[in-house]
Design a protein around this ligand. Structure first.
Ligand code: G6Q
Length: 550
């Protein structure tokens, strides 16, 4: 049964009709009219306190947004995902990252196969390998223990591992060094290898397809680096492992399939941190903490699957995002973790959200007539406050912000942590309530400066607050965002699990590369700008161009 187009859905039209009334109201008024707003519009799940009271919604808006989720069949589509149906329609695949964190002993049958038992078989192999490496039982080619781990991958095969390593560094073995290489720019690899001793270094080549140009180029150069230092091709066997779905290509590269950790086509790259792609994380924090990370994700899966929509945090996050995007017209969302260990979380969420919902057609391929996924971006607090927060407070664009904080620091020193946390609450307050001209005048501001110091406020925020950053909390937080993305994608009617836009860039670069590397001047058949750029690049490369040469 096809869905009614978004703008014609009953709840959407009702939200639209009330838009002017609601959008004109200020968060100051919402709070003044309901002193209990701050304790009503919040949820706690898995120890994560989610305050959504500083969104520009009244109770009717909220109810209609939840109706919109129901009318958009979020529940049915969620159940279809959990049942292993091929909800990734453009790639005709199941979407089962939730199976990656299903506890041992549960089962999920897809095309006659119990995928949960397959997942646990791989987890077990990963655990044995991680334990062997951490205990020094796994030896390198010359008999030395491994002390350096280099993950080579890109996109979903990099952002998850690097984010999780940074996030959980407190729990990681400090006598092991972890580095991450993604860019085909050789500088990334060269700097990552700087100072590493070859016979103490393990490379994890992480690539779902094992066909990604950047990863394979880096992997080959890493192999050359290792073989040049150890003087023996056979060394590859003890210093290279692969994480992939493609055993044949792994074998072609020269990695023993015994040293390959598999996953499945129903795991999307940006949803793969909890698969074998998390091998570097497991080596860093150990299998037990990794299982806590998975348990945190699974707990949120259960919450998403069973909680009524009005208490379902991913559903609330999702519908509030739709409200901000489609009704209030906000084109970007800021994610600001007030936790230094989460410094790579904005980049990770950028891929999760933008690759999933940056789509312009619906599931049937019709061009949509409404906005879909916004731009996500962010930086750890409080650094952002001393740079771009100016625009958040006083610019002409309204940017909804997610603020993420913890009650306890993993590195308590003096007053640092309360000073940090005070900023979360202060920013949410300032963004919501601003400063009126009367307040500014009351501070004794000279009249000619009053307008400059006024802050309009009425900027929406969500605040996420947990006790302390643990593997379990990180898993929960990531799963909340995963499912919020799902809710939004379902309402927008897009395929959140394909990424055709990413494929195009790969193809086009492949057609230009020969013209850059060819020893003789090629016949150029691109547009005039691209032709001229290629010609100038070749001249610069040969050192034949002068400063003003065009
Ligand atoms: C993620 C995308 C993309 C992918 C990379 C790496 O959802 O599909 O970021 O992860 O292109 O792909 P491989 O893992 O196949 O090398």
């Amino acid at each position: 049964m096809t869905l009614t187009p978004l703008r014609q859905r009953r709840a959407y039209r009702a939200l639209d009709e009330r838009l002017e009334d609601v959008a004109d109201r200020h968060l100051r008024d919402f709070f003044a009219q309901d002193p209990s707003r701050g304790t009503r519009l919040r949820e706690v799940v898995e120890g994560i306190y989610f305050d959504y009271s500083k969104n520009r919604v009244d109770d009717t808006t909220l109810r209609l947004l939840l109706d919109l989720a129901t009318e958009s069949r979020v529940g049915e589509r969620r159940d279809a995902m959990f049942a292993g149906e091929h909800i990734n329609v453009s790639e005709d695949r199941a979407v089962l990252h939730v199976a990656l964190r299903s506890p041992r002993g549960t089962s999920l049958m897809v095309d006659g196969v119990d995928v949960v038992s397959e997942v646990h078989a791989v987890l077990e192999r990963m655990s044995h390998f991680a334990d062997a490496l951490r205990s020094g039982t796994w030896r390198g080619h010359t008999g030395k223990a491994i002390v350096n781990v280099v993950n080579i991958g890109i996109g979903g095969s990099d952002l998850g591992p690097v984010m999780a390593y940074e996030a959980l560094r407190h729990y990681a073995r400090r006598d092991l060094t972890f580095r991450f290489v993604s860019n085909v720019d050789a500088t990334d690899l060269v700097e990552a290898l700087d100072g590493l001793v070859a016979d103490e270094t393990l490379f994890i080549i992480s690539s779902k397809t094992f066909g990604t140009l950047e990863t394979l180029t880096n992997a080959h150069s890493a192999r050359d680096w290792l073989v040049a230092r150890l003087g023996d091709e056979a060394a590859v066997a003890r210093h290279f492992v692969a994480v992939s779905t493609n055993a044949a290509r792994v074998a072609d590269f020269g990695i023993d399939p015994q040293n390959m950790f598999g996953f499945w086509d129903w795991v999307g790259g940006r949803y793969s941190l909890d698969s074998a792609i998390g091998l570097s994380t497991m080596i860093a924090i150990g299998p037990e903490d990794f299982s806590q990370f998975l348990a945190g994700m699974h707990a949120i899966d259960e919450h998403f699957r069973t909680a009524p929509f009005e208490h379902n945090v991913p559903v609330l996050m999702g519908v509030l995002g739709v409200w901000n995007r489609n009704f209030l017209g906000c084109a970007t969302v800021g994610v600001m973790p007030y936790e230094q260990y989460l410094k790579r979380l904005p980049a990770y969420l950028q891929q999760l959200t933008m690759e999933s919902n940056g789509k312009h057609v619906d599931l049937d391929g019709n061009v949509v007539d409404y906005a879909t996924g916004p731009v996500y971006w962010g930086e750890p607090g409080t650094n952002g406050q001393h740079s771009f927060y100016q625009l958040l407070h006083q610019g002409t664009s309204v940017v909804p912000v997610d603020l993420i904080g913890f009650a306890r620091s993993l590195n308590p020193v003096g007053e640092h942590h309360d000073l940090l946390s005070a900023n979360i609450f202060a920013q949410a307050q300032a963004l919501a309530f601003g400063r009126t001209d009367d307040e500014v005048r009351a501070e004794g501001t000279p009249e000619h400066l009053v307008a400059h110091r006024v802050m309009a406020g009425n900027r929406p925020t969500n605040v996420f607050l947990a006790e302390v950053l643990t593997p379990r909390v990180l898993g929960s937080l990531l799963a909340l965002y995963e499912h919020a993305v799902f809710v939004q994608g379902t309402i927008w009617g897009v395929d959140s699990f394909d990424q055709w836009g990413v494929e195009l860039g790969k193809e086009m670069a492949a057609t230009i590369y020969p013209a850059l590397s060819s020893p003789s001047d090629p016949v150029l058949t691109h547009d005039s700008s691209t032709n001229a750029l290629i010609t100038h690049y070749r001249a610069l490369k040969r050192n034949e161009a002068t400063r003003d040469d065009v």
